[in-house]
Design a protein around this ligand. Structure first.
Ligand code: NAD
Ligand code: UDP
Length: 320
């Protein structure tokens, strides 16, 4: 059993060694909270939290959330789950276990502690959407047996579990549906489009567009996303979500490639590769619910966020 001093606010962040989770940990630590980071380091790594290791308010445990855990905390954020297609498709059975068994374990913990619990859900619950932009009321178009299903259906089932714990045990739940998010600490080889394009541009490799590049995504900078998490977690007890969190500015993947080339001054050529199966053709959040309930909207637009991300990758690539 892990525990912190009784007088402090203690927050468990699963997946806290990953890209988004480590930014959330920084934010919570910066606000003076105590953080228990639970992560199996599958896609996360110690470099993302090493700056907190000498801080007594920070504790890390290398643990897979598919295995039940005990802890004494006041709040739980569940972010543990590989998020990029190459990572979640690496061991699809473990991915779905992470969303289903992992969520169940953290929900049981929250139930026992009577504490609130946040779930990092995803725009992938909308699948390849037939409705555009996507509102929370849209029930989605997911292929239940395709190569993305371990992630999409796992996250859908996690939402079901969260709502059943809410209805059956009156648990205070907060569900965020996160749209494509980017920023420093993305894994340089996790295959996601922003990190791929920037690394390719900076290293002079061809920029790989899958399909014809007409598919769209709406990219949110990580700091904006973390603001949304905090506002959702602090919202009234009655607010359960799901709430879309993302930046509604929509771009084609070709436009993104061109912007990255322009901003990096790269001489990389664009090459076209096959589109992976079930790749959604378009995606854009309707964030009116977040604006209304949380008074939240993203502030950082693509060029500004891309510049910060390019600076980050330039630095780590120079360091290699
Ligand atoms: P990431 O891969 O960088 O981080 C995930 C973290 O979870 C890693 O540190 C990993 O080691 C850990 N993890 C994975 N399986 C685990 C397990 N079984 N037990 C314990 N730890 C485990 O991904 P990210 O982009 O930071 O995403 C964080 C969360 O946000 C995920 O739940 C993801 O589904 C969700 N999300 C992210 C995006 C995005 O664009 N980044 C979009 C939608 C949803
Ligand atoms: N993509 C691409 N080239 C890459 C990586 C991704 O064209 O090198 C495309 C991918 O096919 C998808 C979009 O960019 O249409 C976003 O991919 P990502 O994996 O970042 O996010 P997701 O598909 O999960 O939204």
């Amino acid at each position: 059993m892990m525990s912190f001093a009784a007088e402090s606010r203690r927050i468990l962040v699963s997946g806290g060694a990953g890209f988004v989770g480590s930014h959330l940990v920084d934010r919570l630590m910066g606000e003076g909270h105590k953080v228990l980071c639970v992560d199996n380091l599958f896609t996360g790594h110690e470099g993302n939290f090493k700056h907190h290791l000498n801080n007594p308010n920070f504790e890390f445990i290398n643990h897979d959330i598919c295995i039940p855990l005990q802890a004494e905390v006041d709040e739980i954020y569940n972010l543990a789950c590989p998020a990029s297609p190459i990572h979640y498709q690496h061991d699809p059975i473990h991915t779905i276990k992470t969303s289903v068994y992992g969520s169940m374990n953290l929900l049981e913990l929250a139930k026992n502690l009577e504490c609130k619990i946040f779930q990092a859900s995803t725009s992938e619950v909308y699948g390849d959407p037939n409705v555009h932009p996507q509102k929370e009321s849209y029930l989605g178009n997911v292929n239940p047996h395709g190569i993305r299903a371990c992630y999409d259906e796992g996250k859908r089932c996690a939402e079901t579990l969260f709502f059943d714990f809410h209805r059956q045990h009156d648990l205070d739940i907060k569900i965020a549906r996160i749209f494509n998010t980017y920023g420093p600490r993305m894994h340089k080889s996790d295959g996601r489009v922003v990190s791929n394009f920037i690394v390719q541009a900076l290293t002079g490799q061809p920029i790989t567009i899958y399909g014809d590049g007409s598919q769209t995504r709406s990219f949110c900078y990580v700091d904006d996303l973390v603001d949304g998490f905090i506002k959702l977690m602090q919202s009234d007890n009655g607010v359960t979500g799901p709430v879309n969190l993302g930046n509604p500015n929509e771009f084609t993947i070709k436009e993104l490639a061109e912007k990255v080339i322009e901003m990096t001054g790269s001489g990389s050529e664009i090459i076209y590769k096959d589109l992976p199966s079930d790749d959604p053709k378009k995606r854009q959040p309707d964030i009116s619910k977040a604006q209304r309930l949380l008074d939240w909207q993203p502030e950082i637009q693509l060029e500004h966020g891309l510049q910060k991300t390019i600076d980050y990758f330039s630095k780590i690539l120079r360091g290699r």
